[in-house]
Ligand binder design. Structure first.
Ligand SMILES: C[S@@+](CC[C@H](N)C(=O)[O-])C[C@H]1O[C@@H](n2cnc3c(N)ncnc32)[C@H](O)[C@@H]1O
Length: 240
C-alpha cells in the first residue's frame, strides 16, 4: 500500500477501481462519514440556499442528500452505474436533485455554471491525466464566484493503511463500530485486492496548486480534511 514518487501524482489504471465501485454495497459507516463531511463543509466552506451545487463522484448519494435541503439545486454524477443506481434510490425524495449524464468524456455540459463543485474522496481513483482533464472541466463549470472542493486527497507518500485507527475511532464515536466492523471487513478485503494491483492517485499539494494556478485557479489548503481521515487533505480552488 505504499505510494511512490512521480510528478504531481502517480498513474493508476482506473478500470479496476471502476470495477470495485461497480459492485460496492452501502454500509452505515458511509452515511456517518457523509454526515461528518457535511458538518465540516458547512464549517469551512459554507452552503448557501441560492447555490447550484455539483456533487461529482456522488457515490451512494448520501452527501448530495444532505446538501439538497440546504441549497437551491444539486446535480450529481458518478462514473459507476452501480453507484448511480444506489444514488437514484437514495435521492428520489429530493425534488431539487438532478442526474447529469457525462458518459465517458471529460467535460461538463456546455453553459452550466456551479457555485460549488464537490469532489469528495474521488480523485484517488483517477489517473493523473484524467485528473488534469477534469480540473480544466471543473474550472470551466464554475460560476465567477464559485468554488471547487477537492477533499480526502491522499498526500504523496502516505500509506492508506494508516487510516484504519482513525476510521475505527470515528466509528466508535458515531456508535457504528460494530456494524462498521461487520460490513467494512468484506469491503476492505475487496479494496486491498484491487489496491495490490492498482495504486491510488496521490497528491503533492504544492505541485498541484502550481498546476491549478496554470489553469487560473487559486488553491487554499483547508486546516482540516473534510472527511474523517485526518491525515488526508482538502483543497478549495477558486477562479483567480
Ligand atoms: C469513496 S466514494 C465517494 C462517494 C461520495 N463522493 C462521498 O463523499 O460519499 C468514490 C466514488 O467516486 C466514483 N468515481 C471514481 N472515479 C470517478 C470518475 N473518474 N468520475 C466520476 N466518479 C468517479 C466512484 O464510482 C465512487 O462512487
Amino acid at each position: 500500500m505504499k505510494s511512490d514518487d512521480t510528478p504531481v501524482a502517480q498513474h493508476n489504471s482506473d478500470r479496476s477501481w471502476r470495477g470495485f465501485w461497480e459492485s460496492a454495497s452501502s454500509c452505515r459507516l458511509n452515511h456517518a462519514e457523509a454526515e461528518h463531511f457535511i458538518e465540516a463543509l458547512q464549517q469551512h466552506v459554507g452552503l448557501e440556499p441560492t447555490w447550484r451545487v455539483l456533487d461529482f463522484g456522488c457515490g451512494f448519494g448520501f452527501t448530495a442528500g444532505l446538501m439538497a435541503p440546504r441549497v437551491a439545486s444539486v446535480s450529481v454524477w458518478d462514473s459507476a452505474a452501480n453507484m448511480r443506481a444506489h444514488a437514484r434510490d437514495h435521492l428520489a425524495p429530493h425534488g431539487n436533485v438532478s442526474f447529469l449524464d457525462l458518459g465517458t468524456g471529460i467535460a461538463l455540459p456546455n453553459g452550466v455554471r456551479f457555485d460549488l463543485i464537490v469532489v469528495n474522496s474521488v480523485v484517488q481513483y483517477m489517473s493523473a491525466d484524467e485528473l488534469a482533464g477534469w480540473l480544466t472541466a471543473w474550472r470551466d463549470g464554475l460560476a465567477p464566484e464559485g468554488r471547487l472542493v477537492l477533499s480526502d486527497l491522499i498526500p504523496r507518500g502516505y500509506d492508506v493503511r494508516r487510516d484504519i485507527p482513525a476510521v475505527l475511532l470515528f466509528s466508535l464515536r458515531r456508535g457504528t463500530l460494530f456494524r462498521a466492523l461487520i460490513e467494512g471487513v468484506k469491503e476492505w478485503r475487496r479494496y486491498r485486492q484491487v489496491h495490490r494491483s492498482v495504486s491510488l492517485l496521490t497528491i503533492a499539494s504544492e505541485e498541484f496548486a502550481e498546476q491549478a494556478r496554470g489553469l487560473g485557479l487559486e488553491t487554499e489548503v483547508l486546516p482540516a480534511n473534510l472527511s474523517p481521515h485526518p491525515a488526508r487533505v482538502s483543497l478549495v480552488l477558486t477562479p483567480g
